[in-house]
Design a protein around this ligand. Sequence first.
Ligand code: SAM
Ligand code: SF4
Length: 334
Amino acid sequence: MAPNKPLQLIDRFGRVVNYLRVSITDRCDFRCVYCMAEDMEFLPRSQILSLEEIRTICQAFVELGVTKIRVTGGEPLVRKGALGLLREIGGMPGLRELVLTSNGSQLVEMAADLRAAGVKRLNISLDTLHPEKFRELTRTGNLQRVLDGLAAARAAGFERIKLNAVIMKHRNHDEVVDLVQFALDHGLDISFIEEMPLGVVDRHHRGESFYTSDEIRRDLSSRFSLQAIADNTGGPSAYYRVDGSASRVGFISPHSANFCGSCNRVRLTAEGRLLLCLGNEHSVDLKRVVREQPGDMAALKQAIVAAMQIKPEKHEFNIHEQPVILRHMNATGG
Ligand code: SAM
Ligand code: SF4
């Protein structure tokens, strides 16, 4: 008899889904202008998944062949119990990589514990190196605290730390060279992200602030020599290496270079919706499954396998129109 093949989640287009991103809270201590409106209302506690429900859903995914989980939010580290949850997910047999995306505000206190909990790689958002601009873009954040958190993370010995920077014309587009130099000086990778039209924001028009990855590469070429490399961390970034350095510069370009053909990911929102695509509303309510059939792992797995049939072929973002996707990035899990 043939040995049992490991389970795999496969969609209608033959794409293997082996990567789950989990938003463990929609709450955040920052209010970044591209992510949220200033007066964001967060979900009531009863509507978001409990830590135990998140753990169960992650377990089901890992048993179905998912090898990489990214924990994100909102700001994942403001959720009470986040560390214990990460420890449990990190210990799941079959999971190869547990990674985290954070705004860095809690890392001074938590970086060492996160590493000990099994988090291998860390993404930290940093859009500017100027304290006042940082305050403007995040509305509530303190740059020095994030830089201290970054130092704590470097000391904690993560396999890799990557900065994420959302670049907006006339807000921070003039900082791309400095941000790359900062990454090089500190032995970090960096990815530039094109702003995505998720949810309604109140301070700017996204079409006007749109700055493409091509423009960023052009700006960087004044200082650095970038070589395209085939590195694939299982995410949407296209990577380049800066000549003479170990750091990589990535570009996440949902508008200018569609990455859907190789999509291997799905997202679990803070309220338990399994989103099959960042740029579409196709979803399955896994909270309902775990609440109506508690402890029934078979039913949960069946719902996840069935969900693969509605994973759309590609996103339909249009930066120049009002967003059709009304959920904000914090609820979605970036
Ligand atoms: N709070 C954490 C952080 O900021 O890193 C994790 C969640 S945040 C939603 C994840 C990533 O999404 C961040 O790098 C953030 O810059 C990015 N992001 C948020 N809103 C975005 C948008 N509208 N377009 C593109 N990226 C966005
Ligand atoms: Fe919070 Fe991250 Fe959204 Fe900024 S990008 S408001 S830090 S969830």
